[in-house]
Write a new protein. Structure first.
Length: 283
């Protein structure tokens, strides 16, 4: 296990209910038999290469502490960057807070947002917490993932409910619905690349959250083609994509002809991981 010592420290701190630093501050504290048994049980799971976040049952994502288990993909730091891109776009836009037609939004908010493939609910719940959206919809074809997202939403956003719906791509939407934002971190790993991923990912995370056909484009491609029909004029499509996929995704935006601008943005490591497109017109 990569970083085995660090992970063991996190697990021990979890069992003892203390911060990791306290292990060093209380280095001479003996472990009781029950504590030791609980620690060993968690160590065994991690030694079987179950991801640390599943064993701990939690992970942090931006300002949130999310419950994580094998029902959904573990939210990644890159995806925190996607949320940052979205928030920056809305904050920097003078017309945010107005309808796509330029009329002021009745609630002075940023309008409706859709998080397609919501998993744990990480993106959608961050938008509810940090953004000013009047309504946030999260979709996923995985019922298990939606159950986990609902659990997270109940705890993290009790006053501003997350609207969760089951289905592939835009299936769960109702005729006539329009969004000012569609954001997605869809599955984008080419099927053949799965074998090269770490065992923690390959053997433990939901396959349907990772792979998307031979080129990894089986969700991204229809998503980019169909999104303009569900965006308000001037609405934003914001995507996280795989390492080499950004030019192809922009190519599809050009081909579709329903995006007025599009750009590729880097993640913190400098990789071309985010694609933003602004819809020129609805359907
Ligand atoms: C890479 S995970 C992202 C999860 C979460 N949004 C995040 O960033 O941590 C992709 C998610 O998309 C869902 N998904 C897979 N195929 C889909 C499709 N055709 N339409 C919508 N969602 C899909 C998966 O079930 C999974 O929860």
């Amino acid at each position: 296990v990569e970083n085995g010592r660090l992970d063991a420290e996190f697990l021990l701190a979890h069992v003892l209910g203390v911060a990791r630093l306290d292990l060093y501050l209380q280095f001479d504290r003996p472990l009781g038999a029950q504590e030791l048994a609980a620690f060993k049980a968690l160590l065994k799971r991690r030694a079987a290469r179950e991801p640390l976040q599943y064993v701990l049952g939690r992970t942090s994502f931006r300002e949130l502490e999310l419950v994580t288990d094998s029902r959904a993909l573990i939210p990644r730091p890159e995806t925190e960057g996607l949320v940052e891109e979205v928030l920056a776009w809305f904050r920097n836009r003078p017309e945010a807070g107005t309808g796509g037609d330029g009329q002021p939004d009745s609630q002075g908010a940023w309008g409706s947002a859709l998080d397609l493939g919501t998993g744990t609910g990480a993106i959608a719940l961050s938008l509810l917490k940090e953004g000013e959206f009047s309504h946030v919809v999260g979709t996923d074809p995985s019922r298990e993932a939606l159950e986990l997202a609902a659990e997270n939403a109940r705890v993290l956003s009790p006053d501003h409910p997350l609207d969760l719906r089951e289905g592939f791509l835009f299936e769960p939407l109702e005729e006539g619905e329009r969004f000012r934002l569609i954001v997605s971190n869809p599955p984008y790993v080419p099927t053949g690349d799965l074998d090269f991923l770490q065992e923690e990912i390959r053997a433990w995370e939901p396959r349907g959250a990772l792979v998307a056909g031979p080129q990894g484009m089986d969700v991204l491609s229809p998503l980019v083609r169909q999104a303009p029909a569900w965006l308000e004029p001037g609405g934003l499509l914001a995507l996280e994509v795989g390492d080499q996929q950004a030019p192809e995704v922009v190519g599809i935006m050009e081909e579709v002809g329903a995006y007025r601008t599009f750009r590729i943005r880097p993640d913190l490591g400098g990789g071309q991981r985010y694609v933003l497109g602004v819809a020129s017109k609805g359907r």
